[in-house]
Design a protein around this ligand. Structure first.
Ligand code: ZN
Length: 302
């Protein structure tokens, strides 16, 4: 009995790619805004903390100054930015990007990558993330077939692309993405979607613990910090999605790729020796490769 959706593979892949373009367009905005939102929140928390710590005239003076609207700061600076507000605008001249110009690829191509108002070039992050997400989504449907598994895979791919890009730009892997991603992986594998449930739970715990140990061991020996807690959480999330057995190859592939790119950057004089390099993009890339090669890696290992 035929129980699958009545669409053929080519249509499904094309639809997934189209959806990927739009999701990639949204991700390109997220990648720019999320660090700004985090900055804002950190600053707000810090101000609150400082307000709680200081008493007396100084605190009251601070309070009085905070109550008055600051003339030199624009309203935009005082208001918490959100993923939806203000709507997309040119980073150079703040002109809003409206109508069909907001469409993925079409908008960017028709303006040849330049702002319609001021002519400054628009971030190449937009077309690149749009194309990568479209490719990733198409690959999900092609590899897993149209269905629930492909939808889960798309969620993982989109999250990893966003994380990789944010880490590349800011050196941060935001908890608001890594932690829900971990839970989502465990949830997906309740039905053994990508790995048996037990493998997923162990993968999450060992993924975090392994990097935690490496981090503290490295710090003990060299006195330096080789990576951040965000990396632990990302490997935990990948362990939750892909299972315990995927961890060794994930780490090996990410470290090798990181070393090769690091050496290339030094050779091309784009980076200095000893300059820290975010590990997240390599972990994310290894995660995407592992998602699509699945059993091949773990089968090779065991
Ligand atoms: Zn502009």
């Amino acid at each position: 009995m035929q129980s699958t959706l009545a669409i053929d593979m080519t249509t499904a892949i094309a639809l997934a790619a189209l959806a990927g373009l739009f999701v990639g367009n949204w991700l390109a905005g997220l990648v720019e805004r999320l660090p700004r939102i985090m900055d804002y929140d950190w600053e707000a928390q810090f101000r609150e903390w400082r307000g709680d710590q200081t008493h007396g005239d100084e605190a009251r003076g601070e309070q009085a100054r905070d109550d008055q609207p600051r003339a030199d700061q624009s309203q935009v600076d005082n208001q918490r930015p959100s993923l939806w507000w203000p709507s997309r605008q040119c980073p150079a001249c703040q002109a809003p990007v409206t109508g069909w110009r907001r469409l993925p690829l079409v908008g960017w191509l028709s303006q040849r990558g330049r702002c319609a108002a001021c002519g400054k070039s628009v971030a190449w992050r937009y077309p690149v993330l749009e194309c990568l997400t479209a490719l990733g989504f198409a690959a999900c449907v092609w590899h897993f077939g149209p269905g629930v598994q492909a939808l889960w895979a798309m969620l993982l791919v989109a999250s990893l692309l966003a994380l990789a890009w944010i880490d590349k730009d800011t050196g941060l892997l935001p908890d608001v993405i890594t932690l829900p991603l971990l839970w989502a992986g465990l949830l997906a594998n309740v039905a053994d979607t990508f790995a048996p449930t037990a493998q997923a739970v162990l993968g999450a715990a060992v993924g975090y613990g392994l990097l935690w140990l490496l981090f503290h061991g490295y710090r003990l020996i060299t006195g330096r910090e080789g990576m951040g807690y965000g990396d632990f959480k990302l490997l935990a999330a990948l362990g939750a999605w892909l299972g315990l057995a995927a961890l060794p190859m994930l780490l090996l592939a990410a470290s090798l790729a990181g070393a090769v790119v690091g050496l290339l950057m030094i050779a091309l004089r784009r980076a200095r020796r000893g300059q820290p390099q975010p590990f997240g993009p390599f972990l994310a890339a290894a995660g995407i490769v592992a998602l699509f090669s699945g059993g091949v890696w773990t089968g090779w290992l065991f």
